[in-house]
Design a protein. Structure first.
Length: 318
C-alpha cells in the first residue's frame, strides 16, 4: 500500500463528505493505493454516522471512534497504530489542509528520501491576534529549544515514512512536537514544504488560549524528556547535591564562628537567631527533596508499565 491518510477529527460532520471527495479525486488522478483512517475523537455531532456512510461507499475509508474526547495526540496514536501505508499523511478534517498537497509531500518522502516532511502555512487565514502572532512566538520558542528548524510546528499536514510513526510515542499533547520526537528517535532528515492554507468553511476553530499555554508547557516537557527523560537523576540529583552542599557549607560556617568566637559577642547570639541558619536548613531540605525526586524518577522509569491512553468504542473496515 502506498499511502495511509490519518485524519483526527472532532465535530466535523459537514466537512467530511467534501474532504473525502477531494481526497478520492487526488488518489484516482495519481493512481495511488491508499487508505483513509478517520479517528473520531468523541464527536457529539453526526461525524461517526458520516464516516460509516463513507466507508460503505469507499472500502478504503476506515474509522476509529473513541468513547469520549481524549485529544489529538491520542487520536494520532490510534491512527498510526493501524496505518499500513509506506507513506503516512496526517491532515486536519476542517478543509483548511488541501489534499492537493499530498502528491508533493509523497514525492519528498519517496524521491528525496526525507524521513518526515512538515507543512508550512506561510500565508494564513486565521485571526492575527488570537492565532497568528501566538503561533509565530510559539514556533520561534520551539525552534530555539528543540534545535529542529521548522517554521510551522503546528501544521497538521505532514508526511512520514512508515518506520517513523511506528517508532515514536505520541502522548499527552505532544502532537505539535512530532518532528522533535522523530529527531530524538534518530530520524534526522526532516524537511518542510510550503502548503496552501484555506479559510475554514464549516464549524468553529478548536484553538483557544489554553492550547497556546499548553503548547509552551509541553515544549518545556519535551525539552526535559529529550535531555533527561532516561536519566532524571542527572538533573535532579545534580541540583540536589549542589543545594545540600550549599546548606552544609553554610552550617559549617555558622558552627565555625560559634565555636571559635571570632567576633566579640558572637558566642551570646543563638544559632536560631542567625538568618544564615534558616538559609542553610532550607537549602539542605530542598537538596534532599531534589535528590529523592531524581531517585524516584529512576525507579519509576525502570518499573513503569504501558498504560491505556484511550478507549475505542468501535471501528470500521479495520
Amino acid at each position: 500500500m502506498n499511502l495511509s491518510i490519518v485524519i483526527p477529527l472532532l465535530n466535523e460532520q459537514e466537512s467530511l463528505p467534501e474532504l473525502h471527495s477531494w481526497i478520492y479525486k487526488v488518489m484516482i488522478e495519481h493512481n495511488y493505493s491508499y487508505e483513509v483512517i478517520f479517528i473520531d475523537d468523541g464527536s457529539t455531532d453526526a461525524s461517526w454516522q458520516t464516516i460509516e456512510e463513507l466507508s460503505k461507499k469507499d472500502a478504503n475509508v476506515k474509522g476509529i471512534k473513541f468513547l469520549r474526547n481524549y485529544g489529538k495526540s491520542q487520536a494520532l496514536h490510534a491512527g498510526f497504530a493501524k496505518a499500513q501505508g509506506d507513506v503516512i499523511i496526517t491532515m486536519d478534517a476542517d478543509l483548511q489542509d488541501s489534499p492537493d498537497e499530498i502528491p508533493g509531500l509523497f514525492k519528498m518522502i519517496t524521491e528525496q528520501k526525507f524521513d518526515l516532511v512538515s507543512g508550512w502555512k506561510k500565508k494564513r487565514y486565521d485571526s492575527v491576534v488570537s492565532k497568528n502572532l501566538p503561533s509565530k512566538l510559539f514556533n520561534w520558542a520551539a525552534r530555539k529549544t528543540s534545535g529542529v528548524h521548522l517554521n510551522d510546528f503546528n501544521c497538521g499536514l505532514k508526511a512520514y515514512k512508515n518506520i517513523v510513526i511506528k517508532n515514536i510515542e505520541v502522548s499527552g499533547e505532544m502532537h505539535r512536537y512530532i518532528p522533535v520526537l522523530a529527531k530524538n528517535a534518530g530520524f534526522g532528515k526532516i524537511g518542510e514544504k510550503v502548503v496552501i492554507h484555506q479559510a475554514r468553511k464549516y464549524g468553529e476553530s478548536k484553538f483557544g488560549m489554553s492550547r497556546f499555554i499548553n503548547g509552551f508547557l509541553d515544549l518545556i516537557t519535551i525539552w526535559f524528556l529529550s535531555r533527561y527523560g532516561k536519566r532524571p537523576m542527572h538533573l535532579f540529583g545534580a541540583f540536589g547535591v549542589l543545594m545540600f552542599l550549599l546548606g552544609l557549607v553554610s552550617t559549617g560556617f555558622i558552627i565555625f564562628f560559634k565555636l571559635f568566637k571570632l567576633y566579640n559577642g558572637y558566642e551570646t547570639i543563638l544559632v536560631t537567631n542567625n538568618p544564615l541558619f534558616y538559609i542553610a536548613l532550607t537549602a539542605m531540605i530542598i537538596g534532599t527533596q531534589l535528590f529523592l525526586a531524581g531517585f524516584l524518577g529512576e525507579i519509576i522509569l525502570r518499573t513503569k508499565n504501558n498504560e491505556e491512553r484511550y478507549k475505542v468504542a468501535t471501528e470500521v473496515n479495520l
